[in-house]
Design a protein around this ligand. Sequence first.
Ligand code: HEM
Ligand SMILES: *[C@@H]1O[C@H](CO)[C@@H](O)[C@H](O)[C@H]1NC(C)=O
Ligand SMILES: *[C@@H]1O[C@H](CO)[C@@H](O)[C@H](O)[C@H]1NC(C)=O
Ligand SMILES: *[C@@H]1O[C@H](CO)[C@@H](O)[C@H](O)[C@H]1NC(C)=O
Ligand SMILES: *[C@@H]1O[C@H](CO)[C@@H](O)[C@H](O)[C@H]1NC(C)=O
Ligand SMILES: *[C@@H]1O[C@H](CO)[C@@H](O)[C@H](O)[C@H]1NC(C)=O
Ligand SMILES: *[C@@H]1O[C@H](CO)[C@@H](O)[C@H](O)[C@H]1NC(C)=O
Length: 324
Amino acid sequence: MDNLIIFSITFLVFLVLGSCNGGELRKNFYRISCPEAENIVRSVTWKRVASKNSLPAKLIRMHFHDCFVRGCDGSVLLDSTSKNTAEKDAVPNQSLEGFDVIDEIKSQLEKTCPGVVSCADIVALSARDSVSFQFNRSMWEVLTGRRDGSISRASEALANIPSPFFNFTTLKQSFANKSLTVQDLVVLSGAHTIGVGHCNFFSNRLYNFKGKGDADPSLNSTYSATLRTKCQSLSDNTTTVEMDPRSSLTFDNHYFSVLKQQQGLFQSDAALLTNKGASNIIDEMVSPRKFFNEFSQSMKRMGAIDVLTGTAGEIRKKCSVINS
Ligand code: HEM
Ligand SMILES: *[C@@H]1O[C@H](CO)[C@@H](O)[C@H](O)[C@H]1NC(C)=O
Ligand SMILES: *[C@@H]1O[C@H](CO)[C@@H](O)[C@H](O)[C@H]1NC(C)=O
Ligand SMILES: *[C@@H]1O[C@H](CO)[C@@H](O)[C@H](O)[C@H]1NC(C)=O
Ligand SMILES: *[C@@H]1O[C@H](CO)[C@@H](O)[C@H](O)[C@H]1NC(C)=O
Ligand SMILES: *[C@@H]1O[C@H](CO)[C@@H](O)[C@H](O)[C@H]1NC(C)=O
Ligand SMILES: *[C@@H]1O[C@H](CO)[C@@H](O)[C@H](O)[C@H]1NC(C)=O
C-alpha cells in the first residue's frame, strides 16, 4: 500500500517535471498532420546549404536569437510595422540572415499541408538540418509542436540577447534567466566554431581595452597582431573575421582548443576561461564525442525555452507577419 502511494507520487512528480521541461513538445509532432514536414524542411535546407556554406552559422544563430527573446516562438521572423519595431531591427541583429530560406520552406509546407507547421518549428528544424548537412545525418533531435507568437519587440532583443562584452557573471545570469546552466553556456558557445564576427564587437580588445590605447592582456598576442591587420580601426563595423580561424565552415569542437590558446574572439568567449567550473567544462569539450553529445542535449534545452504549445499562439501563414 505504502509502496503504491510512493509510486503514484513519484509518477506525478515526473509528470509535472516532464511538462515544465519542454512543455508538450514531442518527437515528430507532425507525423499524422503533415508526415512530409521534416523531410521538406531538410531538403530545402540542404539544397540551400549546398550552394551557400555560410548558411548553417546564420540559421543556428537565428534559432538562438529566437529562443532568447520571448521563447522559441518565431518572433525573430516578424517584420517591423508602422506601430512596432521588431526584434529584427534591434541592435543585436547585425548579420542575422537566412530569412529567405525560412520563407521558402514555409511556402513549400503551405502547399503540402496549409496552416499546420509553425514558423518556430521551421527555425528549430532548419538550424539542426543546416549544421547537419556536413555530416549527412541529423546531429541532434528536435522535438516539435511549437506554436508562433505574435509579439516581437526590438527592446526585448536588446535586453535578452547576451552582449559580446559580457563578463562571466553577466553571461551566467543571462543564461540562468532562460533556465540554462553554466554547462549549457559553455557547450552552446561552441557554436562559435562556425561563422564570423564583425570587427566592432571585439576591436576594443585590439586597440583600446582600458581606454589607454592598450590591448586586452587575455588575448593571445600573436593572434591580436593578426587581427589588427584585418580590423584596422576602432570604427570599422563592416569587416568580418572568422571566429574559429581556418575552420569556420566546419562544425566541430575546435572552438574549445582555440579558447585554450587564448584566441577566443569576443570578451564573452574569453570570459569562459575566467571561471573554474566553466574552464573544467572547456577541458572536457576537447573530446569530440563528449562535445557532440553535450551539444545535442543543450540544444534540446535551448529549443524548449518558453515555448507556446497546445492552443497557445497560432500557426502563422506567412512567417514575417502575424495572421490577421
Ligand atoms: C554566450 C553568449 C553569446 C554571445 C555573447 C554571442 C555573441 C555573438 C556575436 C557578437 C556574434 C557576431 C555577430 C556579427 O558580428 O555579425 C555572434 C555570432 C554567432 N553566434 Fe553567438 N553569441 C553567444 C551565444 C551563441 C549561441 C548560444 C549560439 C548558437 C547555439 C551562437 C551562434 C553564433 C553563430 C553561429 C555566429 C556566427 C554568425 C554568422 O556567421 O553570421 N552564439 N555571436
Ligand atoms: C537590423 O536592423 C537595422 C536597423 O536597425 C535594419 O536596417 C536591418 O535591415 C536589420 N537587419 C536584419 C537582418 O533584419
Ligand atoms: C547520405 O546518406 C544517405 C542515407 O543515409 C545515403 O544514401 C547517401 O549515400 C549518403 N551520401 C553521402 C554523400 O555519403
Ligand atoms: C561584470 O559586469 C557587470 C556589469 O557590467 C559588473 O557590474 C560586474 O562588476 C562585472 N563583474 C566582474 C567580476 O568583473
Ligand atoms: C535577467 O533577467 C532580469 C529580470 O528579467 C533582468 O533584469 C536582467 O537584466 C537579466 N539579466 C541578463 C544578464 O540578461
Ligand atoms: C557603421 O558606422 C557608420 C559610421 O560610424 C554608421 O553610420 C553606421 O550606421 C554603422 N553601421 C552599423 C551596421 O552599425
Ligand atoms: C598563442 O597562439 C599560438 C599559436 O598561434 C600558440 O602557439 C600559443 O601557445 C598561444 N599562447 C597562449 C598563451 O596560449
